[in-house]
Write a protein that binds this ligand. Sequence first.
Ligand code: MN
Length: 251
Amino acid sequence: MDKRTFLKVGSLAGAGIVATPLVSSLLGCGSAPSSGEAPHATTSEGFTLPELGFALEALEPAVDRMTMRIHHGKHHAGYVRKLNAALTNHALSGQSLEAVLAAITVSDTGLRNNGGGHFNHALFWNILTPSPNPQDHVPSGILAERITANFGSQEAMLTELAQAASTRFGSGWGWLVQDTHQPDRLFVASTPNQDNPLMTGIVDAEIQGRPILGIDVWEHAYYLNYQNRRTDYVAAILDRVNWSAVAGLMA
Ligand code: MN
């Protein structure tokens, strides 16, 4: 948590309001570029590409080294670069990624594709792990309780999530989402392209919320190793989820 976030959380807590860090701040996404000239803008170099928490080959055989190198170093880096370019001298300068995503409308193609692309991939890298500790390999604590309450069992949640990701037509994402208004409620969703549940101006109301797990089902995520076998790729990804990291993103 940086100093500014800490102060913000601290002051809200002092006022009796429980403030939860933004997912994008937990993921180290940065904030929209700003010149610092606007009276209330925060000086910022812009959104940044988060480093992977593991080596490029560490997810093999689930995800091969070449796919990881291109996916993180080319695709994700490209989303960050184009997002910053689209936001330079923009009214949203200095804003959080959540604020940017919430402000996007259907006509904002550049922000939609690249803002979504940045958030979605930062989330994806964060919830993957090469070799889960036993305590990370299955949901536990309040996350496990919420999964059981909403889906009946962890197996039922995994089945629904795998189905949503595997059957998304074309490019897109499968999600596990926390209801912003009812934190105990978790649900599964999928979106096309780089859309996500934070884009309140674009996605249907019933799938809006706080994404805590995302599965990339663009062909660039798996085609070198799996070709058309998306279902096998999704199963391999679900076996590499760090459920402690997912739990840490809940409000
Ligand atoms: Mn991708």
